[in-house]
Each structure stands twice: as C-alpha cells, then as structure tokens.
Design a protein around this ligand. Structure first.
Ligand code: PLP
Length: 359
C-alpha cells in the first residue's frame, strides 16, 4: 500500500506548546502553578475587550463577518493604510501558514533564522517547501547571512523582530538595507508579534518602512500585549495584491466573531496597552538583574520573555521548576530556557523556585 503521508510529514514533530497549568496539576498534583511558558500578558485581556465579548454572546448562532469589515476598517485607520492592505487571520500563526501555502511550492525556497519562531519551519516542512534555516549570530538575526542564502527560487524571507525565543532585535539600518537589497520577487515578512515591548532606540516599526520595499508584509498579533491569545486574532499589513491572493486560499470565517469584537475594543484601550508595556519593562529589567545574579546567563531582551543559558541541560532545570509549580519553556536538548516576564508576584515565585533549585 502507498504510505499514508509523505516522508516529511512522517518526520514532523508537532509544535510543543507551553504546558497548561491544568496539565501540571493532573500530572504532578501541583496546585496554583505559575505559567511563564507562552509569553502571555500577565494583566490578562483589556476590560473593554471583555465587555465587547459579553455583548456579542447572544449572537453566537450567527457566522462571523467573513470580511472582518469593522476590524479591517479600524486597523486601516490606525495604521494609515488602505482596507484592502489589511488581512486578519486566526492568530498570526495562520497567516504564516497562509503565506507559505499561497506563495510557495516544492520548487521554491524560503529563508528564516534558527532558532526563531518554529512555525516558519514547521509550515515549510508540512508543505514540502525547501528552506534555509540561518543560524543566529550573538543570539540575533544575521541579516547578511540570510540575504546570502536568497537565490532565484526564494519566495519568502521571515524575520521575527524581536526574535522568539531569544528576545533580541535587529535595528532600523540593517532591516532597511535588507528591504532595499533583496531581489524584488522576494516577499519579506517582518513578524512583529512583540513590537510593543521593544524599547531600543533603533528598533524599527516596519509599517514605517513600507516605502522601502514593495513586497513587504508586516505581521502583528492580538495575543501578546492585547492579552487575547485565546481568541486567536492576528493580522498582516501587505500590498493589496498579496492580500487578494491569500484571500483566495484562506478558509472562510477564519476569524471568529468574539475575536473580531474583542480585537476592535482592545485597539481602543490604550491605557491597558500602556500598563502592560510598563509592567513588562519594569519586570523584565528586574529579571535581567536578578537572574544574572544566579548561575545563569541572561540574553538582554526587547520582548516579554528572557532567554537564559542554564549552563546545564535546560530540560533538567525545567523539570525541577515544574515540581515547584513554575512552568517555563525548554529549548529542545540545549542548555537554554525561555522564560516569560510575569507579574511581580509570578516573578517572585520564579526567582524563589530558581534559587531553591540551583542551590
Ligand atoms: C514571533 C511570533 N510570531 C507569531 C506568533 C504567533 O502568535 P499568534 O498566532 O498567537 O498570533 C508567535 C507566538 O508566540 C511568535 O512568537
């Protein structure tokens, strides 16, 4: 009999999500665990978004607006772009998949960094698209090395800025050079899931760099600073022609009603965004200082997580922290862990557990 799936799908390892608190309670009997594994907002969703969700509940029997009109209208106004340049998705995750499905085949080629957001690689593998995974340099995207991997077949280049899992950023001058120098056929996807947390003076908001390249896609999400990860809403700002092609491929109703109304309300809650940024900046500084006092090395971060070299198998430290009710994220079999910046109380738990485990 023919194999059920292709060899690439056979070899795929499913995306490893952060361990849910409930799972830890089931497996180890640990109650009141703290999850610092999925870069979620410790302040929760915007109260305005919650109100909007409550108001929409009686209409759950209706299909969502397939055109996401109100959300696109608002996003277009916020960013000063045309409505047909805005493409909402079921999380920015879905948009990554959709760009790969829409614009590449097994005869093409994609470039991204490693380690970076694993979905770029997973999506290429799942769709049988060849890729170059370019090692980071000093924990940071090496844009020159990435550009050197671009060839006649390259259709997409993904850059997560700030990068997940390292939290590092690439500056305006280097991004600008990449956008101007890559051949015109290449679609550059700047994934700015953590943009609101970046504080570096040279961090580029790539929506301001749209004039530098026609085929530029900027990805944003409502899962991080807006605190709406459960509702799965992200969006791309892209040339209308690219949006039109992806619209032919995507599933209808890919963004649910609750996600649409919550995202719209969250965009107007500037105070919640500001509070979230301030808390993150303050607690990130605290973690960088206090983790640095432990036998750990911390990579300076522009995001809502820190990347830590445990100088021992990261999984060992991860398992020991689990037993203390603190969930972080190991990075494969490496010595690294990614730890989300939590609330002051959550970070207290983390620091106490780490001190105990490392003593
Ligand atoms: C760099 C990056 N891009 C995209 C995503 C996907 O986010 P979502 O699908 O929740 O919008 C994540 C999530 O962790 C991320 O880290």
């Amino acid at each position: 009999m023919r194999p059920l799936v292709t060899p690439t799908i056979e070899s795929l390892v499913p995306y490893e999500a952060g361990k849910p608190v409930e799972e830890l309670a089931r497996e180890l009997g640990v109650a009141d665990a703290v999850k610092l594994a999925s870069n979620e907002n410790p302040l929760g969703p915007s109260p305005r978004a919650l109100d909007a969700v409550r108001q929409a509940l009686p209409d759950l029997h209706r299909y969502p607006d397939a055109a996401t009109y109100a959300l696109r209208e608002k996003l277009a106004a916020v960013h000063g772009v045309a409505m047909n340049e805005v493409l909402p998705g079921n999380g920015s995750n879905e948009l990554i998949e959709l760009f790969i499905r829409t614009f590449t085949t097994s005869a093409d080629h994609v470039v991204f960094a490693e380690p970076s957001f694993v979905v770029y690689k997973l999506a290429c593998l799942a769709h049988g698209v060849p890729f170059s995974a370019v090692p980071l340099r000093d924990f940071t995207h090496d844009l020159e090395a990435m550009a050197a991997k671009v060839n006649d077949k390259t259709r997409l280049v993904f850059v997560a800025n700030p990068n997940n899992p390292t939290g590092t950023h690439v500056g305006r001058a280097a991004v600008s050079r990449l956008l101007r120098e890559l051949p015109p056929q290449v679609i550059v996807v700047m994934d700015e899931a953590y943009l609101q947390y970046a504080e570096a003076a040279d961090y580029p908001d790539c929506l301001q760099l749209r004039g530098e390249r026609e085929r530029l896609v900027v990805l944003r999400t409502f899962s991080k600073v807006y605190g709406l990860a459960a509702l799965r809403v992200g969006y791309a700002v892209a040339p209308a022609q690219l949006v039109d092609y992806v619209n032919r491929v995507r599933a209808p109703f890919n963004v649910g009603t609750l996600g649409q109304v919550a995202a719209l309300a969250a965009l107007e809650d500037h105070e919640h965004v500001e509070r979230s940024r301030r808390l993150n900046a303050e607690q990130r500084r605290r973690l960088e200082v206090e983790l640095g006092r432990l036998p750990l090395t911390v990579v300076p971060s522009q995001a809502n997580f820190v990347f830590v070299d445990a100088r021992r198998p990261g999984r060992e430290l991860y398992e020991a922290l689990l037993r203390k009710g603190v969930i972080v994220r190991p990075l494969g079999d490496s010595t690294f862990l990614r730890i989300t910046v939590g609330s002051a109380a959550q970070n207290d738990r983390l620091l106490t557990a780490l001190a105990e485990v490392l003593s």
